[in-house]
Design a protein around this ligand. Structure first.
Ligand SMILES: [Zn+2]
Length: 265
């Protein structure tokens, strides 16, 4: 971040790490260097809910070195139908505290940084620069737009997933790198008018659908950290669980986009 050349990650692993991550290290695309990259990575998970549960759990299990969790809510009984990182005896407690406990139990080698705060322009500006990559697992359009704008302006990749009823969407935004990467506003220039698109709290969601989408989101984060495979930047994955159909559509950078294009404010 300070302009110096990136240093090769330290390959100094303990016996415990070599054992814990052996199935990763066996993969040619990961290996010891990839595992070292995961250990050095700092990932910010915004939303400790249905998407954030499998997302943060797989990131911790994978050996991501530092995971930040942002959520200002307390756990409710109706969350447990899909938010599987929590537990019934934690209802009423802050969600980030509950999820941090789950992640630390899963992998004590991962440092978890919980923030029981609402995401605002100010908290986004404070927290996002401390991380390498940001994940959107939130459930409302104002927060999604705030996070998308902040990641573009602060120069951080954003892996964004969304669910409703029996459907899910996923994309990666790296518009801060310039063309051809589109930003989230190239896809949706403005949030929909309030009340037009129902939330999961209004329209419902099949719990397992959030599990699949959060797991796909974790996979894309790991790919970005490792620098392997085809990035989902410039593509939008759509999944219809009732039809069991995945589709990927191209997203193009809009030259007139008000966030990343000529219309930039
Ligand atoms: Zn754009």
């Amino acid at each position: 971040m300070d302009g110096s050349l990136p240093q090769a990650p330290s390959l100094d692993f303990t016996e415990e790490e070599l054992h814990r991550y052996s199935r990763h290290i066996l993969l040619g695309e990961v290996g010891a260097i990839g595992q070292a990259r995961l250990r050095e990575a700092r990932v910010l998970v915004v939303g400790a809910g249905g998407l954030g549960s499998p997302l943060a759990m797989y990131l911790a299990a994978a050996g991501i070195g530092t995971i930040g969790l942002v959520d200002h809510d307390t756990l409710e009984l109706s969350n447990l139908q899909r938010q599987v990182a929590h537990a019934t005896d934690r209802v009423g407690r802050p969600k980030v505290e509950s999820m941090a406990g789950t992640l630390r139990a899963l992998n004590p080698l991962t440092t978890v940084e919980p923030y029981a705060v609402r995401l605002t322009e100010e908290t986004a500006r404070d927290l996002i620069p401390r991380y390498d990559i940001v994940c959107d697992g939130t459930d409302n359009f104002p927060t999604r737009f705030l996070l998308g704008d902040a990641c573009h302006r602060l120069g951080r990749p954003l892996v964004s997933a969304a669910v409703l009823r029996f459907e899910g969407q996923l994309s990666t935004f790296k518009s801060h790198l310039g063309a051809p990467h589109p930003c989230h506003r190239c896809l949706h220039p403005e949030p929909p008018p309030e009340g037009l698109v129902p939330s999961c709290g209004e329209a419902g969601v099949l719990g397992a659908v959030t599990g699949v989408m959060g797991t796909l989101q974790a996979t894309e984060v790991l790919k970005e950290v490792l620098g392997i495979g085809q990035s989902l930047s410039g593509r939008l994955l759509l999944w219809d669980a009732l039809d069991t159909r995945f589709r990927t559509i191209r997203l193009r950078r809009d030259p007139a986009c008000k966030l990343c294009g000529a219309g930039e404010a």
